[in-house]
Design a protein around this ligand. Structure first.
Ligand code: SF4
Length: 106
């Protein structure tokens, strides 16, 4: 299991849709069909993949503050840089939260 000390989510209400976050950290951020960006966990880091795009079914999770992704420790600097460069100031970084993972059944 990849070590993770931080978690991240995006406030889609503020996202400008420029994609800078994905350019910096493509393993953590991905563009959605509606032109807004969401967070994800890739299987290569966590065993199973999940995209927090409010989609239905396996591999999808809620968007916004309810869709909080783990950040692989190796990508912390990239995610912090993404938040600093984000023109919408909508990338929210938080400490790892055991309760969130418990609620997800992980
Ligand atoms: S950098 Fe910020 S505003 Fe730009 S797409 Fe990513 S989350 Fe949205």
């Amino acid at each position: 299991m990849t070590a993770t000390r931080l978690m991240v989510w995006i406030d889609q209400d503020l996202c400008t849709g420029d994609g800078i976050c994905e350019e910096i950290a493509p393993d953590v951020f991905v563009g959605r069909d509606d032109g807004l960006w969401v967070v994800k966990e890739e299987a290569k880091h966590f065993g199973t993949g999940i995209v927090f795009d409010d989609g239905k079914g396996d591999g999808h999770g809620p968007e916004g503050s309810r869709g909080v992704a783990r950040v692989p420790d190796a990508l912390i600097e990239d995610v912090i840089e993404s938040a600093e460069e984000c023109p919408g100031e909508c990338i929210m970084i938080e400490p790892y939260n055991e309760q969130i993972m418990s609620d997800r059944g992980v």
